[in-house]
Write a protein that binds this ligand. Structure first.
Ligand code: F6P
Length: 366
């Protein structure tokens, strides 16, 4: 147990939102450094913010972090509980009052000096709102979507990218054997990072991302041109948030209704149907789904999660709260928690990877 001075004596740690590879590596990084260097007490909160509402927690000792570096998921459990958001049928004020108050009361009851939250946009936004309510909070950026403002990369992304790329690699041979178009749908929520990067890594012939609304006619022309050049098959990589130019022109309500009617069972299947209608080419769809979030973290995610975790412990020791640790360039730094709050980091339209994709002959759907 470490004896360096620490402003933080006891902190709580939780993982919220969708899980991703690297969460356990980050928990291990925070806890090892906090305990071994500074001798802090650590309260592991179960199932995200829900654990702090439902009084579900346990004290963590170094032994709890043995052997978890390479494990997928999160030893703490996760949930999508958003204490500041009302559920259907409940008024905002009722919910806010109860859940946020419960979190504040339990934070006090546990004698926490800080709450460390590992999560995506929603988790860090909740952390920021709790900080505004007077709690000390530190955030860590995790998600396979890579869509958090304030950090150049999130942990989880690299592992999901490797899984997505391997899936695309495997589709090439079956698409070629049957002279088919195969559409693969990847996650990413409202951002196209995962589809763009996996699409480039896997040599996708078409990549559709939410940032560039697609025109099925342009996709059809591209696929037909490939066929005309003697290329018997094509791979189309679709981000789950992809949308057509017609949808992009709709207002929010209209678009929601249109998607309910047409995105069935998911956008990848719709794009496959549209391609078949447009070109007459035999087309199949594959949705990779939760495979992208499961299993062991890549070496790169382990390294990033460990570095962000130990940096969070240093901030705890300094009593520097209200921050999210971040990768900025090649350095580990931190930003104010307001920076990621209530935002999504989309692929900028001048991002070099878009031009890279175009330069190798990939159609981006426009
Ligand atoms: O944010 C990570 C993510 O996997 C997104 O890519 C996806 O849209 C979402 O979570 C799925 O959420 P859930 O686990 O609630 O189905």
């Amino acid at each position: 147990m470490g004896n360096r001075y620490s402003a933080t004596k006891t902190f709580g740690i939780l993982t919220a939102g969708g899980d991703c590879p690297g969460l356990n590596a980050a928990i291990r990084g925070v806890c090892r450094a906090a305990y071994d260097r500074y001798g802090m007490n650590i309260v592991g909160i179960a199932n995200g913010y829900l654990g702090l509402i439902q009084e579900n927690w346990r004290y963590l000792r170094p032994v709890d972090t043995y052997g978890i570096l390479t494990r997928g998921g999160t030893i703490l459990g996760a949930s999508r509980e958003k204490p500041f958001k009302a559920k259907k049928g409940e008024s905002d004020s009722e919910i806010e009052g109860d859940k946020v108050q419960a979190i504040k009361d339990n934070y006090k009851r546990l004698n926490l000096d800080c709450l460390v939250v590992l999560g995506g946009n929603g988790t860090n936004t909740t952390g920021y709102l709790l900080a505004r309510e007077g709690l000390n909070v530190l955030g860590l950026p995790k998600t396979i979507d890579n869509d958090i403002v304030g950090t150049d990369r999130t942990f989880g992304f690299h592992s999901a990218l490797a899984i997505g790329t391997e899936a695309i690699d495997r589709l090439h041979s079956t698409a070629q054997s049957h002279s088919r178009v195969i559409v693969i749908e990847l996650m990413g929520h409202k951002a196209g990072w995962l589809a763009l990067y996996a699409g480039v890594a896997g040599g996708g012939d078409v990549i559709l991302i939410p940032e560039i609304p697609y025109d099925i006619k342009a996709i059809g022309r591209h696929l037909e041109a490939r066929s005309g050049e003697g290329k018997s098959y094509s791979i189309v990589v679709v981000a789950e948030g992809a949308l057509s130019a017609a949808e992009a022109a709709m207002d929010k309500k209209e678009r929601k209704k249109y998607r309910v009617e047409t995105v069935n069972p998911s956008i990848g299947y719709r794009v496959a149907r549209e391609i078949e209608e447009e070109t007459g080419m035999e087309t199949r769809a594959t949705v990779l789904g939760y495979v992208q979030r499961g299993g062991i973290p890549s070496a790169s995610d382990r390294v990033l999660a460990t570095a962000l975790g130990t940096a969070a412990a240093d901030l705890l020791a300094k009593g520097k709260y209200g921050r999210m640790v971040a990768l900025i360039g090649d350095s580990i730094d931190s930003v104010d928690l307001s920076v990621p709050s209530e935002k999504v980091k989309n692929v900028p339209l001048d991002h070099y990877m878009l031009d890279t994709a175009l330069a190798v002959g990939t159609c981006l759907g426009n």
